[in-house]
Design a protein around this ligand. Structure first.
Ligand code: NAD
Length: 414
């Protein structure tokens, strides 16, 4: 349901970002906010590890400012997750973190992981905390847009004519498939050889609900949906294709095609503009959305939304904790963080725009953020990952301040 718009929340922008995804939802298939009082939202912040705290801090400031301009108040509660939680309480997802997250209106996650915990046993790895969080929140649909902005077209590793105009959305199934399937584990063969094994498994309800999200998403974009699978080899993919095909009759306005994942990986590089919306399983979506991210130039620009049937959504940049640019942990942590300041926070800022759009149905506030990001790029500010000659190289904090200046400017000029 669209929230009532505040008097001063008129659309004020001259630029939009990205063009296909700014339309307000025609129908709300996935409900992901549990708004208690109008115009006040509780947001759980999960900064996590590495560059997570840096980028979340910038995004929180942008969200507060945009909220104040749109008559929205935010209450923030910061909770530990990942390595930070391991260091604090010995588990990667404390019960209290999940409980606070579930009770909030939306969750903003930075990133988890780092060298320090790489050798931990599986149940004590930061990544386990992230999987537990997604499963605990029941967020089965992961929306990952990949848009090549005109301002950053030269940052793409593809030729300009191939990259220019790319604007696609990967809808990835997030709580099923091989990452969760049983049986899994290690064993030994009769010959005494060690084996590791996992199970790719999908039930019809899991395919149907993600397919519905994908058809609805495609309907709001260009009406083209490509379902990616490996139905020539895997039984789980054969069922996937059958169920997605069946659902197509509910969406006569959406053009459905199917593609094998190996071909999809190739086509994303050869001719990415052929794609509008892609729907795929957990593991293929993980890989293809990272591949799609490189079309845009930097993983530091890409947001994502994880949504379920009810309860709050989880919003996060698609990048990880980038320990190489986050500085070293230890006694001089703070010192190194100040020295580095290299992270691009725009993926997290754009995740906040998704939080507003998909989590809180605050479309106008989402557009404000996206327009401010574009304005910042138009003004020539770049972090190292998207820097090109002639532009102004700035750090994480400074580009965040520039986004905030752009928000203020956009309101002043309206
Ligand atoms: N959702 C998550 O929290 C998540 C996702 C992926 C990886 N991880 C974890 O992050 C850790 C590092 O993994 P990785 O190196 O494979 O992936 P990564 O995304 O952290 O980094 C890959 C490369 O991209 C750069 N990069 C990433 N984000 C950036 C940003 N915002 N600005 C500028 N440059 C950026 C990094 O410096 C690095 O060179 C691992 O522990 C991994 O498990 C977490």
């Amino acid at each position: 349901m669209m929230s009532t718009l505040h008097a001063n929340s008129t659309p004020l922008m001259t630029t939009t970002f990205p063009s296909k995804s700014v339309c307000p939802p025609k129908r709300t298939l996935i409900r992901c906010s549990a708004t208690k009082t109008p115009k006040h939202y509780n947001i759980t912040l999960l900064p996590g590890d590495g560059i997570g705290p840096e980028v979340v801090s910038v995004a929180k400031n942008v969200l507060s400012l945009v909220g104040s301009r749109h008559g929205i108040e935010f209450g923030f509660q910061e909770m530990p997750v990942g390595g930070a939680a391991l260091d604090l309480v010995g588990v990667p997802l404390p019960d209290e973190t999940l409980s606070v997250a579930k009770q909030s209106d939306a969750i903003l996650l930075g990133a988890i992981g780092g060298y320090k915990w790489d050798k931990n046993e599986k149940h004590l790895k930061p990544e386990t905390g992230l999987l537990q969080l997604r499963a605990g929140l029941g967020v089965f649909a992961n929306l990952r847009p990949a848009t090549v902005l005109p301002q950053l077209v030269d940052s793409s590793t593809l030729k300009k004519e191939v990259a220019e105009g790319v604007d696609l959305m990967v809808v990835r199934e997030l709580t099923g498939g091989i990452y969760f399937g049983q049986p899994r584990g290690f064993s030994t063969t009769e010959k005494g050889e060690e084996i590791g094994f996992n199970t790719e498994v999908y039930a019809t309800y899991e395919i149907d609900r993600i397919a519905r999200v994908a058809f609805e998403t495609a309907r709001k974009r260009c009406g083209k949906l490509c379902s990616v699978d490996k139905a020539n080899v895997l039984e789980a993919s054969m069922l996937w294709r059958k169920r997605v095909t069946l659902m197509a009759s509910d969406y006569p306005d959406v053009e459905l095609t199917h593609m094998y994942v190996d071909n999809a990986a190739m086509q994303l590089i050869r001719d990415p503009k052929q794609f509008d919306t892609i729907v795929t399983n957990n593991i293929f979506g993980d890989i293809l959305s990272d591949e799609a991210s490189m079309l845009t130039g930097s993983i530091g620009m890409l947001p994502s939304a994880c949504l379920g049937e009810s309860g709050p959504g989880l919003f996060e940049p698609i990048h990880g904790s980038a320990p190489d640019i986050a500085g070293q942990l230890g006694l001089f942590c703070l010192f190194y963080l100040i020295l580095q300041d290299k992270a691009n926070p725009l993926a997290t800022v754009l995740s906040v725009a998704m939080l507003l759009r998909y989590g809180l149905q605050e479309e106008y506030a989402a557009i404000t953020i996206e327009s401010a990001v574009l304005d910042t790029l138009n003004n020539g500010f770049r972090t190292g990952d998207i820097f090109s000659s002639g532009k102004k190289l700035v750090g994480c904090k400074e580009i965040g301040e520039e986004v905030m200046k752009s928000v203020i400017k956009l309101f002043r000029n309206r």
